[in-house]
Design a protein around this ligand. Sequence first.
Ligand SMILES: Cc1cc2nc3c(=O)[nH]c(=O)nc-3n(C[C@H](O)[C@H](O)[C@H](O)COP(=O)(O)O)c2cc1C
Length: 215
Amino acid sequence: MKQISFSILISILVISMSTLNAQQGEEIPLPQPQRTGGMPLFEALDKRQSLRSYSPGGLSSQDLSNLLWAAFGINREDGRRTAPSARNWQQFDIYLIMADGWYMYDANNHSIIKKGNEDLSEYAGTQDFTATAPLNIIFVSDHSRITGNVSREKKDFNSATDAGFISQNVYLFCASEGLATVVRGLVDRDKLHEVLRLRPEQHVILGQSVGYPGD
Ligand SMILES: Cc1cc2nc3c(=O)[nH]c(=O)nc-3n(C[C@H](O)[C@H](O)[C@H](O)COP(=O)(O)O)c2cc1C
């Protein structure tokens, strides 16, 4: 137990040290993702579940690196990703809401970019537990990347399906690492659109809370 508390403390320190003093617009490199290991797939599937209680400890930068790579990182030299996307549009941006600010994942550089210093946790979802999670991911579909003659209905359909794949990657990573997570459709999309300063073509699809399990 003592060991767990100590490692959580170290995690908070590590992530805080790397992000706390970051300025808006600053790119924060993540450690290389650990692309091997983890729990055997069938064990992770066996453990996959939604959990809505989180302890206050944040993720270490290595955890965050692995999580983001698992979610929607680049896994091949041609730039394709760990989750499929219709016609390889790769229209998703992953926004991260944490206590010390909000960020966007840059898969090309495997880094996070600080977009703002505000703690937007209160806007991350409409359920009380959301604000207690040290990390809230917001999946944002950028329709301007869905090129060709594609109807709005089809864009919405592809955005909904593609978000599911990314979310399931997060679920399996969390199962493997003993983290708690839940995907959330209950988000105030208009409010998030405003506070994340999104462009009109960007659409909030889902949120997903992540943290170490609480009681
Ligand atoms: C598209 C989608 C939206 C969801 N939205 C929410 C939500 O807003 N809040 C929540 O607490 N759980 C949400 N969930 C999680 C489901 O409630 C959960 O997956 C379901 O109860 C089954 O539990 P399990 O994931 O542990 O198997 C959502 C799941 C999906 C797939």
